[in-house]
Design a protein around this ligand. Structure first.
Ligand code: SF4
Length: 540
């Protein structure tokens, strides 16, 4: 990790949106960055130069997919919603979180500011509807501003309520709550440094260091403290902060994870990870929070201000948001997700057609638009040949392989009339460990498919994500372990093809360089930083 510039300036723009004016005021803040010598630490705490070189503490191969053989996808780790300027802010956050449930199913929470200016928190483990199933819980969060969060667990935290966000803390100037989507690659370095200075941590989450950095910042106005804290972070972060009178929305300078801003008809400002949450609560999409931008909404006059973080980095939005994570009815990074996926499928058909096929079927639900694009481009019939059953919940602990195979059919079932006697192209959005794909091929053959041609609407996944996506270790990635023919044999299909990285770039044209594709290319935009050795102190 390089050293930040010793002294640079930040342009601060104030946009008084409540009055609808375009009045900007420029102000300069000075910032003096301190360098962080950094080192790597594996999750277990052992130093491991080879593995550690790419794996920060929050990459969680151990937990990946072990409980769900019917789903072989990386998992988004978090979703955010914030509402300011609406008397039902917490209820709107609740609805928005429901819409973002796909971004995190293991815990949810909302922090709201009441009329008395006090922040209150409700968090719990489980789905949003479970956490807020008791109406009294939402009713305990009245007030005009709230932020909400859904999450997947990270290492060592699967059942820990302590790690469920938003985090709420008090510091000497009041209360502040934070909700985070992403992963900090210098978390351990920052935490070591803070602990050496006496900070006490309550959770094992990287997000907590942000609160400590705000509390210990020497800057005075909260905006300057937030900027000061964020400028010390490396990696991926889309953040929402809530205080008694303000909400801050921040995106890291690379812009890895999405964060959008919208407005309700009553003037309430809404932030969310995806536009589908805005749609649900009748908020009109206005724009993305830009990479490196800090948007501040003051709930007292509903003024909106914007500042930028000092580090300017090349934009590196996560291309996997378009491939798999985001809902198809969302607009992410200014692109309609369903259009991107249809384009991936079209390009795949051009690059790797299946000339002997009779019918194209998607792996539901995420392969739907790519399969549609493939079918249209190749002039083949498009059919729903697999049905995903949504009610089975989490897989039970399956004692034998035979029972595990039956359990897969609980979630994915073939439509025999579509498949029997046909040469089938089955299109999936991505291929990670390959475990589900081999089961799908078996299901299709058992249902009478004459040939099964698998087409993957993204390049082979060869690297773990460092930026907030729960991916397996590199050793578990099937395309890292074997070549294309080896993967085909392992899966058992008649032919296999991936969308090439070049073709993927071609779809984005001039924008291609604005996207992170490290899990396909291993070109990591920012590497984990190396913590200083921890000095062990003896208790007096
Ligand atoms: S490594 Fe892959 S999943 Fe992670 S941010 Fe980059 S593109 Fe997204």
């Amino acid at each position: 990790m390089g050293t930040a510039a010793a002294a640079t300036t930040r342009l601060l723009l104030h946009h008084h949106a409540a009055a609808g004016s375009e009045r900007y005021r420029a102000q300069q803040l000075r910032y003096s960055a301190s360098p962080f010598p950094l080192s790597l630490r594996s999750r277990s705490g052992r130093r491991d130069a080879a593995a550690g070189a790419l794996l920060p503490d929050r990459v969680t191969p151990f937990s990946y997919g072990t409980d769900d053989d019917a789903d072989d996808h990386p998992r988004e780790e978090c979703g955010l919603v914030g509402v300011v300027g609406d008397p039902d802010a917490a209820s709107l956050c609740y609805l928005g979180l429901q819409k973002l449930q796909h971004r995190g199913e293991e815990g949810a929470g909302i922090v709201a500011v009441g009329g008395d200016g006090k922040l209150k928190s409700v968090t719990g483990l489980g789905l949003v509807a479970d956490v807020f199933g008791d109406p009294a819980r939402l009713a305990s969060l009245p007030g005009p501003a709230a932020i909400g969060h859904v999450r997947y667990s990270t290492a060592g935290a699967a059942a820990s309520l302590r790690n469920v966000q938003p985090f709420l803390a008090g510091y000497r100037f009041g209360q502040v709550a934070v909700a985070h989507n992403g992963n900090l690659v210098n978390y351990q370095a920052l935490r070591n440094k803070l602990e050496a200075r006496g900070s006490i941590f309550n959770t094992s989450s990287d997000t907590e260091v942000i609160l400590h950095l705000i509390a210990t910042s020497l800057s005075r106005p909260l905006l300057a403290r937030v900027c000061d804290a964020c400028e010390r972070l490396a990696g991926a972060y889309s953040l929402l902060f809530l205080t008694a009178d303000k909400m801050f929305a921040v995106r890291d300078p690379h812009g890895f994870r999405p964060l959008v801003m919208g407005r309700r008809r009553n003037g309430a400002v809404v932030f969310a990870s995806e536009t589908c949450a805005l749609d649900l609560i009748d908020a009109t999409y206005e724009r993305e929070v830009q990479p490196g931008e800090v948007v501040v909404v003051d709930r007292r006059d509903m003024s909106v201000a914007s500042a930028c973080l000092v580090p300017h980095r090349p934009r590196r939005a996560c291309v996997f948001e378009h491939i798999y994570f985001a809902l198809p009815n969302s607009v992410v990074f200014s692109h309609a997700v369903h259009e991107r996926r249809t384009a991936f499928g079209r390009a795949l058909a051009e690059e790797s057609p299946a000339p002997t096929a009779d019918v194209v079927i998607p792996v539901p639900d995420s392969g739907f638009y790519a399969a549609l694009g493939f079918a249209r481009a190749s002039g083949l019939e498009f059919q729903q040949g697999l049905i995903r059953w949504h009610y089975s919940g989490r897989s039970f602990i399956q004692p034998t392989q035979a029972i595990r195979d039956l359990a897969v059919k609980l979630k994915l079932a073939p439509v025999r009339g579509v498949i029997r006697g046909k040469s089938v192209v089955v299109v999936d959005d991505s291929l990670v460990r390959g475990t589900t794909s081999s089961k799908i091929v078996r299901l299709l053959r058992d249902a009478g498919a004459r040939e099964v041609h698998m087409r993957i609407a993204s390049p082979p996944v060869v690297g773990s994500c460092l930026y907030g996506i729960d991916t397996p270790s590199e050793g578990e990635l099937i395309s890292n372990r074997m070549d294309l023919e080896g993967v085909r044999r392992e899966i058992g299909c008649d032919s296999l093809a991936f969308l090439s990285l070049d073709k993927l770039h071609g779809i984005y044209g001039d924008e291609a360089g604005d996207y992170c594709d490290a899990c396909f290319s291993k070109n990591y935009p920012v590497l984990p930083t190396v913590p200083e050795p921890v000095v062990e102190l003896e208790e007096a």
